[in-house]
Each structure stands twice: as C-alpha cells, then as structure tokens.
Design a protein around this ligand. Structure first.
Ligand code: NAD
Length: 281
C-alpha cells in the first residue's frame, strides 16, 4: 500500500485552519531568509503559501548573504519580543560567517517552530514536547493514520542528522519501538536493514536501499529528496520499484514525507500560538 502523505497533509491543514480561525488573533510566522539560495527561496515561498492555506499570517525577512551575524541575532531578538509573532523560522543553511548553532539558540524556545532549540530537543527526548521536529513528527502522524504501531517493532533508521534521523529514533523509542541507528560508519548496512519491521531512510544517497536489503512485509518510509540535475525531478533513497514488491506500506517521493513535514510546521505554529495565548491570557 502506498502511503499518501499529500492527502493526509491536506487533512491536517484543514484542521489547523479550523482551529486558527477560532483564535482571537490569527497565528503569525516570521520567516527569515539569508542570501539567495534557490532551494531555500522555494522552501520559504512554500511555507508562506502553506500559511495562507492554513489561516496563518506570515511575514518574511529577506537579508543579503553579507548580513553580519550580530545583525541577524538582533532581528531574532526583536522577533522574540514581538507579541504579534508566534513562530520564528530561520531558513537553513546559513552563510559560513554565521554560526547556525548561535542562531538556533537565539530563537526563543516558545517560538521555535522548527523545534531545533536544545530546550525543545530535550523536551522531545523526555516525551514532554509541544513543538516537535517537523519531519519525524510528520512521519509519526503518517504511521498513526495508517494504523502502523511502532510498539515492539524493530525500527531501523538510516541517517542520524539532528533534523531527521536522530529525533526520529527518539520519537520511535518513546513509542516503545526497538531502535537501530545506521549511518556512514555502519559496517554492514544490508544486515541491519533486513531486520527492520519499519525502515526509515534519510541518507540523501540515491538508490541506497535495494529490494534485497528488506524483508517481506516491511514498512518503508523514504525521507530523502534527491534532485535529478537533468530533469529537475525529485526521487528518494529507496529503489521504489524493487522495494514496493516486498513492502506492506511504502511512501512515494514526492508526495510522501515532504508534504507531512510542511503540515507539521503549520501544526507547530498553531501550537505555539495557542500556548502563548494561554500564557498571556
Ligand atoms: P544529512 O546529510 O545531514 O545526514 C545524512 C545522514 O545519512 C548522515 O547521518 C549520514 O551518516 C547518513 N548516510 C549518508 N550516506 C549514507 C550511506 N551510504 N549509508 C549509511 N548512512 C548514510 O541529511 P539530512 O538533513 O538528514 O537529510 C537526509 C535526506 O532527507 C536528504 O535527501 C534531504 O533532502 C531529505 N530531507 C527531506 C525532508 C522532507 O521533508 N522530505 C526533510 C529533511 C531532509
């Protein structure tokens, strides 16, 4: 069965919109884009569109790639203190002269809708998070929707980045799965992936997972977004044609994890707005 992330994301957006419309003030995202990286520009434009679709206001700050780090930090500080702003998103990557860690740490945890701040990472680890990292939280929502419980399952994750693989494993652990992490230093990747009841692949390495690397009945979530330089089309890390024949569930690329990541960001903005509204009365 092919998991339809696009359809589910539309359902989530409609739910976010319904809740956003009931609020006294529309939730608001401030998106900060440094430089003119074409991919980042597309991501930010898509997020603005998603906001409009979900009844969320958005403001955009375009800064030149020469902007001094101190100036970017001052803008973040201003947004942290702006009562009309519920969520702050600084599009990564940043130019080399700016420390990503410093910027991530400067965003107020209550407005950190990417959930990259160490406080939100810590809350996610202990299972008390409200703002959850978008890609893994979107995948958890997808599993729930399709009735796939991680409880007692062996979940194998390929990739251990701070934004996808690592938090994914922790969320699955919190959902009572047995988790194995694989990465570039893993000795025999196929021996690991063949054990997976649920296989989550986020390596950014085209055709990494072939049909002989999975067992029958596996659930496969392909997070990767590899772009064919000639056609401009996106494809995953999984050889879809081969693996689909053995999988019980599989996500397509595009139309799987991507839309769910975007929908989860909208959920986070709404959650941040609701929490702030509660706190500020
Ligand atoms: P990253 O480069 O930060 O991390 C990749 C990880 O995969 C590393 O831990 C590395 O050790 C591991 N890896 C790479 N090649 C491997 C190999 N051959 N064998 C075993 N492990 C290997 O990447 P990231 O930011 O986590 O993103 C991963 C992929 O997911 C990319 O294709 C990215 O575009 C995509 N992505 C998609 C979404 C979405 O919403 N669909 C969101 C974020 C990232």
């Amino acid at each position: 069965m092919i998991i339809d992330g696009k359809k589910l994301s539309e359902k989530i957006c409609a739910q976010v919109r319904a809740e956003a419309e009931m609020m006294r003030r529309r939730p608001c995202l401030a998106a900060v884009l440094v430089g003119e990286d074409p991919a980042s520009q597309i991501y930010v434009r898509n997020k603005e569109r998603d906001c409009a679709k979900c009844g969320i206001d958005s403001r955009r700050y375009d800064l030149p790639d020469t902007v001094p780090e101190a100036e970017l930090l001052a803008i973040i500080d201003e947004l942290n203190n702006d009562d009309a702003v519920d969520g702050i998103l600084v599009q990564l990557p940043l130019p080399e002269h700016i420390s990503e860690r410093k910027v991530i740490n400067a965003v107020s945890p209550e407005k950190d809708v990417d959930a990259f701040h160490p406080i939100n990472v810590g809350r996610m680890v202990t299972g008390e998070g409200t703002l959850m990292p978008c890609t893994p939280a979107g995948i958890m929502a997808m599993l729930r929707e399709y009735g796939i419980s991680p409880d007692g399952k062996h979940c194998v994750i390929v990739g251990r980045s701070n934004i996808v693989g690592r938090p994914m494993g922790l969320m699955l652990l919190n959902a009572d799965a047995t988790v194995t992490y694989c990465h570039r230093h893993t000795k025999d990747l196929a021996a690991m992936t063949r054990q997976a009841d649920i296989l989550i692949v986020a390596a950014g390495s085209p055709r990494l997972i072939t049909g002989d690397m999975v067992k029958d009945g596996v659930v496969v979530i392909d997070v990767a977004m590899n772009r064919d330089p000639e056609t401009g089309k996106f494809f995953g890390d999984v050889c879809f044609d081969e693996v689909e024949k053995k999988a019980s569930f599989i996500t397509p690329v595009p139309g799987g994890v991507g839309p769910m990541t975007r929908a989860q960001l909208m959920k986070n903005i709404l959650a941040a707005a609701k929490e702030r509204a509660l706190k500020n009365g």
